[in-house]
Design a protein around this ligand. Structure first.
Ligand code: GRF
Length: 215
């Protein structure tokens, strides 16, 4: 097993961030998308990464769709399956198949604001800080062992500014953590406790975001 397969549904800005990382892009074996109109598909094309469109509407059950996806994923024999804005709930069958190999990024500080529109939810709640969570996926929606969290201030922000801040941090944090995963720096102590090893060049890699990412 080596490398990653990335699952997307839409814009693909996190996929772009992974692709723009010179050390990571060579590890992206394939992209799977469930939306034929997803702008993110053009990113895979631009970087010469094979992409597959699997439209969930063509399957009778969630599991049938997931099984077809797994067939494609397994053809690449990836070490990790990376969800980057994949807007589809995955079946327990799928989640169990990739136990501790399935990673998601969610735009809030979990367990607050699960589900869709997490940024809108946080903004409406008038929280002082929000952020992002990178976690292993379990069959409970937007739960699962936390690998890293990034924090942004929501003080005197508009909704758009808050969204911008979170997305900017996502685009630094996700490649950073995926690199840690691929270089064996993410240790699973038990099904709930994840410890990420620090390196001296982390400060340089994260730049001004170093103090915003907790891992
Ligand atoms: C991101 O905010 C991510 O946290 C969430 O979905 C969004 C995907 O955005 N899971 P993009 O498609 O990567 O631009």
């Amino acid at each position: 097993m080596s490398g990653i397969v990335v699952l997307i549904s839409g814009r693909g800005s996190n996929l772009a961030a992974l692709c723009n990382n010179l050390d990571l892009v060579k590890h992206i074996k394939g992209v799977i998308c469930n939306n034929v109109d997803a702008p993110g598909l053009s990113i895979a094309k631009k970087f010469g990464i094979p992409s597959h469109i699997i439209q969930h509407k063509q399957y009778l059950t969630r599991e049938e769709f997931d099984k077809h996806m797994a067939q494609i994923i397994d053809g690449y024999n990836p070490r990790y399956v990376i969800l980057a804005g994949f807007m589809r709930i995955l079946s327990p069958w799928f989640v169990n198949r990739y136990h501790m190999r399935l990673v998601n990024i969610h735009p809030s500080l979990l367990p607050s604001f699960i589900g869709i529109n997490a940024i809108d939810q946080a903004f409406a709640a008038k929280v002082k800080v929000s952020g992002l969570t990178i976690h292993f996926v379990t069959d409970k929606l937007d739960h699962g062992p936390i690998i890293a969290q990034g924090v942004v201030s929501n003080k005197s922000s508009t909704l758009e500014e808050l969204a911008d801040k979170i997305h900017t941090l996502e685009h630094v944090a996700y490649p950073f953590i995926v690199s840690k995963l691929l270089s064996n720096k993410v240790n699973i102590l038990d099904d709930e406790t994840i410890v990420v090893e620090k390196d001296k060049d982390d400060i340089q890699l994260l730049g001004k975001f170093y103090n915003s990412l907790f891992y």
